[in-house]
Design a protein around this ligand. Structure first.
Ligand code: UGA
Length: 437
């Protein structure tokens, strides 16, 4: 092992934990990854990687082959770890706050388990003040709790771990900060050394900022439709201003996934508890809900010619179901929210997603899943593009045109251009494009 970290313990083998464990092993550390899910541990021990992330299989296999990476469901394995990384989920509870019970329960067990002078580093997105709270729970003067938030995007987790925009270490003690820093030896990134509370808040600050930026973009897209502008053109101008930045300016059916929706609500509630009204973030959440309504209106218009038309009984094909391209994750997917709204109005839905094979039918009750994108067009009055999978841009739209009933394609991700649909004579409604309305 490198430096003084000894064996590093990683608690949680989800996409964050597994990526963290495998990447740390890749950097040369000895790592033990603990998860209470025995089936998952058995899978990992057998060489199967249950999380789909580009490049992850390879570094997990390299790590296990080199005996630097091991998996167990026995938390006692952490007794030899000088550093323990917490990579546990903090889902939203009914009140809207992050549910920290998984983190709390592990911290309580660590109190008696950890060796002397250990460091607990939290990668989970935890409420502001959690590091201090964990220190109180641990009640060990020799153990420090550090906030080391992750900024891994799903679908880019390995790349984001090994080439991050920054590494944030929020620590009260210099030695703890140093120890965590040593773990990242070999990663070329600016290091922000700060206090734990600022580090914890920074994580929420980033995700909520991205959400605000996206809602702003989506609202601008709606304005473009009304005034005859095109959001891609507007975004092109915005993107060239370094102060604005080029990313997160693509309109879509709304922002989803396991992070942005829960982290915006959490920041809102943190603000409220501190006596501050984060109306700006609330507005972003509201605009995101309205975005769903806008897409549904576009679909009604595609099917019936009117925004309020009745779509009951009509066949509608859905292309893309995951919350974004590059992941199999359906959690808080705007595509499923659109599907749900259409199903409630009585539409008959067929869906295709490259990462959602038809044997996952149970995951999407209202949609008949097919394994071929062209099948969604069969007899459809409209085809709705909901996830920006690159393969959708390569589809032969004349085949879709022939399979459907004079279909209108609703492109919520700006994937298609005129040349795709001109020949087959398909009508297109593109989100944020007022030049065609
Ligand atoms: C997000 C953050 O980007 C990561 O930095 C963070 O580490 C992660 O949450 C987390 O907290 O764990 P992720 O949930 O993987 O990552 O999703 P994003 O890539 O941020 O996309 C969020 C949503 O915005 C998706 O629904 C996506 O389709 C949408 N989006 C994104 C757009 O509609 N337009 C864009 O231009 C960009």
């Amino acid at each position: 092992a490198i430096g003084t970290t000894g064996t590093i313990g990683v608690v949680g083998a989800g996409y964050v934990g597994l990526t963290t464990a495998a990447c740390l092993a890749h950097l040369g550390h000895d790592v033990v990854c603990v998860d209470t899910d025995r089936r998952k541990v058995a899978q990992l021990r057998g060489g199967a990687v249950p999380v789909r992330e580009p490049g992850l299989d390879e570094i997990v296999h390299d790590g296990t082959r080199a005996r630097r990476l091991s998996f167990t469901s026995d938390i006692e394995a952490l007794a030899v770890c000088g550093v323990v990384m917490l990579c546990l989920p903090t889902p939203m509870d009914e009140s809207g706050d992050p549910d920290t019970s998984a983190v709390d329960s592990v911290v309580r067990q660590l109190a008696t388990l950890l060796p002397a002078d250990a460091v607990v580093a939290s990668k989970s997105t935890v409420p502001v003040g959690s590091a201090h709270r964990a220190e109180r729970l641990l009640n060990r003067a020799d153990v420090a709790v550090v906030s080391n938030p992750e900024f891994l995007r799903e679908g880019h987790a390995v790349e984001d771990f090994l080439r991050p925009a920054r590494i944030v270490i929020g620590a009260s003690d210099a030695w703890a900060c140093h120890l965590v820093e040593r773990m990242y030896d070999g990663v070329d990134a600016p290091i922000v050394r700060t206090d734990p509370v600022s580090a914890e808040l920074a994580k929420y600050a980033c995700n909520a900022f991205l959400a605000v930026k996206l809602s702003y973009t989506n609202l601008l897209a709606a304005l473009c439709e009304r005034v005859g502008a095109e959001i891609g053109e507007v975004a092109r101008v915005m993107a060239l201003d370094d102060r604005i930045g080029a990313s997160f300016l693509r309109p879509g059916p709304g922002w989803g996934g396991s992070c942005l929706p829960k982290d915006t609500v959490a920041l809102l509630r943190t603000g409220r508890r501190a006596g501050l009204d984060f109306g700006l973030v609330r507005a972003a959440i509201d605009v995101n809900a309205q975005q769903l309504d806008r897409v549904v209106r576009d679909v009604r218009r595609a099917v019936t010619g009117e925004e309020c038309g009745r779509i009951a009984g009509h066949r509608i094909g859905l292309l893309g179901l995951t919350f974004k391209a590059g992941t199999a994750d359906l959690r808080d997917s705007p595509a499923l929210a659109v599907a749900d709204a259409l199903a409630r109005e009585g539409a008959v839905l067929t869906g295709y997603d490259p990462e959602v094979p038809s044997d996952r039918q149970r995951a999407v009750a209202d949609i008949r899943l097919v394994d071929d994108p062209y099948q969604v067009a069969k007899g459809a009055s409209a085809v709705v593009l909901l996830t920006e999978w690159p393969e959708f841009a390569e589809l032969d739209w004349s085949v879709i045109g022939a399979a459907a009933n004079n279909p209108v394609v609703v492109d919520t991700r700006g994937i298609l251009d005129d040349s795709d649909v001109e020949q087959p004579g398909i009508d297109r409604i593109a989100l944020g494009d007022g030049t065609h309305r």
